[in-house]
Design a protein around this ligand. Structure first.
Ligand SMILES: Nc1ncnc2c1ncn2[C@@H]1O[C@H](COP(=O)(O)OP(=O)(O)OP(=O)(O)O)[C@@H](O)[C@H]1O
Ligand SMILES: [Mg+2]
Length: 320
C-alpha cells in the first residue's frame, strides 16, 4: 500500500491541530504503522510533544515552509518533505496552520485533509468559510480530491446536544468524525504521554476518533482501488461489447464492489452507494447532528465495530 498522507489544518488558532496531529501519529504508530509527523508550524507544538513524550517510534520533523515567498515555492518545499518522509513511512501526518497566502493546490498533495473545529456557532461559521474558499479542491473534477474529514474538537459534554452541525450550512460534502472531548487531562498529557492512554471520557473519545480516521482511510484506499480496476477493465472491454451493452462491465464491477463495501462499512458504505447510484432511492438516513448521531447510531454501529460518528455529510442534508 502506498504511503497515506494526512494534512491537519485550519485557519483558526487553538482548535487542537497540534494536539490531534501528535496524538494521531502516536495512535497509528501503536497500530504498527511506520509514521512520520511533519510539523509545518513555527510554534512546533506537535513535534515538541512527540519529541519529549515517551518515545513511541514516530519519526518527527519540524520544517518551516517559506510562506512569505508566495508562488509555488511553499508547495514545492512541502512536496519535497512529503516525498522524503513517504519513502520510509506508511503514514505521514502534517500539522499546518493555514493562511491565505497558501495556495489551495497544496491540499492535492494529501490523501486526507482533517479540519479540527470547535462546535460553537462562531467557530463553525469560520470553518464553513474556510471550506467554502477551498470548495474547488474538494469538488475537483480534474484532480483526485483529498478526503475531507471534519473533526469536532475540544467538545464539552453540554455541547453534545446542541445540534451544532445542523444549524450551519456547509458548502462541501465531508466526513464528520467522532468528537474529541475537552478535558484538563488532555492538556496535562502535553509532552508526557498520549490521549489514547487516558482512562477517561476524553481518552475514549480520542480512540473513537482514531478508529474513524482508520475507517475513512480504508474507505478511500478501497474506493481508489475500485476506480483503478474499473478504469482498467473499461480499457480492456472490446469496443463492440461496449456498444452493445448499455451498462459496461466496469460499471457493474464497480457497483458489485460497492455493495460489498456497503455491507462491510454499513453507514459509510450506504452513503458511498448512494453517491455511486444516485438514481436509486436510498432510505432516508441522514442524521446531521452529534446528538442525533449518538442516539440513533450507537447500538447498531458499535456492535459492528464501526465508529459511531463517522458519517458523510452531503450538501443539503443539514436543512431539516
Ligand atoms: N481535547 C482537549 N481538551 C483540552 N484542551 C485541549 C484539547 N485539545 C487541545 N487543547 C488545548 O488547547 C490549546 C490549543 O491546542 P493546540 O495547540 O493543539 O491547537 P492548535 O490548533 O495547534 O493551536 P495553534 O493554532 O496555536 O497551533 C492547548 O492549550 C491545548 O492543550
Ligand atoms: Mg498548533
Amino acid at each position: 500500500m502506498s504511503t497515506f498522507k494526512i494534512l491537519l489544518t485550519s485557519q483558526k488558532g487553538g482548535v487542537g491541530k497540534s494536539t490531534i496531529s501528535a496524538n494521531l501519529a502516536a495512535y497509528f504508530r501503536r497500530q504498527g504503522e511506520a509514521v512520520t509527523l511533519i510539523d509545518f508550524d513555527t510554534h512546533g507544538s506537535s513535534s515538541t510533544w512527540l519529541s519529549r513524550a515517551p518515545n513511541i517510534g514516530v519519526v518527527v520533523q519540524h520544517k518551516i515552509l517559506p510562506l512569505d515567498q508566495g508562488g509555488n515555492r511553499p508547495i514545492l518545499d512541502a512536496r519535497l518533505h512529503l516525498r522524503r518522509a513517504a519513502s520510509s513511512s506508511d503514514i505521514v501526518i502534517c500539522d499546518l496552520t493555514w493562511t491565505d497566502s497558501i495556495a489551495g493546490e497544496l491540499m492535492f498533495e494529501f490523501d486526507m485533509v482533517i479540519v479540527p473545529t470547535s462546535v460553537s456557532e462562531i467557530e463553525l461559521a469560520a470553518t464553513s468559510g474556510f471550506l467554502s474558499r477551498h470548495r474547488w479542491v474538494f469538488d475537483s473534477a480534474i484532480h483526485t480530491s483529498p478526503t475531507l474529514l471534519v473533526c469536532p474538537t475540544r467538545v464539552q459534554q453540554e455541547q453534545m446536544n446542541n445540534n451544532a452541525f445542523s444549524k450551519q450550512r456547509f458548502p462541501v460534502s465531508f466526513m464528520l468524525s467522532p468528537p474529541v472531548l475537552e478535558a484538563q487531562t488532555a492538556r496535562d498529557m502535553f509532552e508526557r504521554g498520549y490521549l489514547m492512554d487516558l482512562q477517561d471520557a476524553c481518552g475514549a473519545s480520542f480512540n473513537e476518533f482514531g478508529k474513524a480516521v482508520c475507517a475513512a482511510r480504508d474507505m478511500r484506499v478501497a474506493e481508489l482501488a475500485m476506480k483503478k480496476t474499473a478504469h482498467a477493465s473499461m480499457l480492456n472491454t472490446p469496443r463492440a461489447a461496449t456498444k452493445m451493452s448499455p451498462a459496461p462491465t466496469a460499471r457493474n464491477n464497480l457497483l458489485a464492489t460497492s455493495s460489498t463495501l456497503s455491507n462491510q462499512y454499513s453507514i459509510l458504505g450506504r452513503h458511498r452507494l448512494h453517491k455511486t447510484r444516485p438514481e436509486e432511492k436510498v432510505t432516508t438516513d441522514k442524521p446531521s447532528t452529534i446528538a442525533n448521531a449518538q442516539q440513533s447510531r450507537a447500538p447498531s454501529t458499535s456492535s459492528l465495530g464501526i465508529p459511531q460518528f463517522l458519517k458523510r455529510i452531503t450538501l443539503g442534508s443539514m436543512n431539516h
